[in-house]
Design a binder for this molecule. Structure first.
Ligand code: HGY
Ligand code: MN
Ligand code: MN
Length: 411
């Protein structure tokens, strides 16, 4: 019997329709979590879920779960996110959510009724770009962060998370933590260069690397740029520049999977003729190896103390996110790998450099991920691109992986 396949053009139509909400120059999207743009995207996806006769639940931190209530027992779940960074692409997160809907529509049209319910999750604030930490919604979903603490988190632009949920009408009443699914599999673009460089179409993802996010505040003394001799300055920008360089050099020195990023720097008062009073900056440090990640954090912490003493400034550090590396369930990885090869794709096992909601679901149920190639390894960039053929191939693997996870083969 010809293997059941998803409808690639219907999937692309949904991806392109969602991409019409808050488009930015270069072909991407800006849908920061819990903004009106995020609400518009949420409303569209909920409409599509309702069109498929799915039962919709919105939980207390705005996670949306659509469930096709067939069969019995706990659902096999897929899903991802539709919030984006400010320079987001069309596919990061959106692809995994819409491929989940496509799987359900394909099954409904084929008359196949899985023995378990199928669910698609749209997790709140996966990016963590507006409200840290990242994967916030799925973290609360699995009980890794209390609802009260989550609702009180402040956005980088000020508002409280709970107030934004109310404002956009997505403060639901389904309690968290939610019931664990039977299994979870997330389809996502790789967002990196590996698959393309290796000429491999699909990634069977083995886990997610460790993530350390910190906010460093450096308080100096604002002063006149023209009259203040260098020896009398307490300049936080000098410290910020040295810390950024130190992180970069540390990553080069460690090599391997070590990456360090200073993505956000706010200078106050940020004026040409004022020695700054204060700098707030973010440190994003990651490694697949937890002991190396801790060693990097230790080195960075002592460098900050040393440089702060030298420049006579005061520093404080706030942890925004800290997740250890996560290993996915080998059985689910093997099922992904099997369907990828069975459908004629080249496939390789690989870790994820980016954080994903799957790393949170892995705390409560057997979980893995499927990757498709990212052109030039680009992501968090409006030029993010994955070919329709690859997007379709990934969704077909998701379809059959979910079917296997509902079967007795996967008790
Ligand atoms: O930061 C990450 O890895 C993800 O994009 N939230
Ligand atoms: Mn993502
Ligand atoms: Mn992302």
């Amino acid at each position: 019997m010809e293997k059941l396949k998803i409808n690639g053009s219907r999937l692309m139509d949904r991806i392109m329709s969602l991409a019409e909400i808050s488009p930015i120059e270069g072909g991407g999207n800006c849908r920061l979590a819990l903004t009106d743009d995020d609400k518009a995207g949420r409303d569209l996806v909920v409409t599509w879920m309702k069109d498929l006769g799915m039962e919709i639940s919105i939980d207390v931190v705005g996670n949306i779960v659509g469930t096709w209530n067939v069969g019995s027992g706990s659902p096999v779940m897929t899903g991802s996110h539709i919030d984006t960074v400010r320079t987001g692409g069309k596919y990061d997160g959106n692809y995994g959510v819409l491929a989940g809907l496509e799987v359900i529509e394909t099954l409904q049209q084929s008359g196949i009724k899985p023995s378990r319910p199928l669910a698609v999750g749209v997790f709140t604030d996966e990016e963590g770009a507006r409200f840290a930490p990242d994967m916030l919604g799925s973290l609360v979903y699995v009980g890794g962060l209390s609802v009260e603490d989550a609702l009180d988190i402040r956005a980088i632009d000020g508002p409280r998370l709970g107030d934004e949920l109310n404002r956009i009408g997505y403060a639901g009443n389904t309690p968290c933590p939610q019931q664990a699914p039977h299994a979870f599999v997330e389809l996502h673009i790789e967002q990196g260069p590996l698959l393309e460089a290796n000429g491999i179409r699909i990634g069977a993802v083995t886990g997610v690397q460790g993530i350390s996010w910190q906010e460093l505040t450096i308080t100096g003394q604002s002063n006149h740029a023209g009259t203040t001799p260098m020896r009398l300055r307490k300049d936080p920008v000098v410290v910020a520049a040295e810390v950024a360089k130190f992180l970069h050099d540390l990553a080069i020195r460690y090599g391997g999977d070590q990456v360090c990023t200073v993505g956000k720097i706010d200078v106050h008062p940020n004026l040409i003729n004022v020695v700054a009073a204060k700098v707030t900056m973010t440190l994003d440090v990651r490694n697949t190896d937890e002991s190396l990640l801790q060693a990097a954090e230790k080195e960075i912490a002592s460098f900050i103390v040393e440089i702060a003493n030298r420049e006579k400034v005061i520093t404080s550090v706030r942890t925004l996110a800290r997740f250890e590396p996560v290993k996915f369930d080998q059985r689910v990885i093997d099922i992904v790998h099997h369907h990828a090869t069975d459908q004629g794709n080249s496939v390789q096992m690989m870790p994820s450099g980016a954080g994903h909601d799957a790393q949170m679901l892995a705390r409560v149920c057997p979980t893995a991920m499927i990757f498709t190639q990212s052109k030039d390894g680009l992501s968090h960039n409006p030029a993010e691109y994955t070919s329709p053929e690859d997007l379709e191939a990934g969704a077909n693997i998701l379809l059959h992986t979910m079917l296997t996870l509902t079967s007795t083969e996967f008790a």
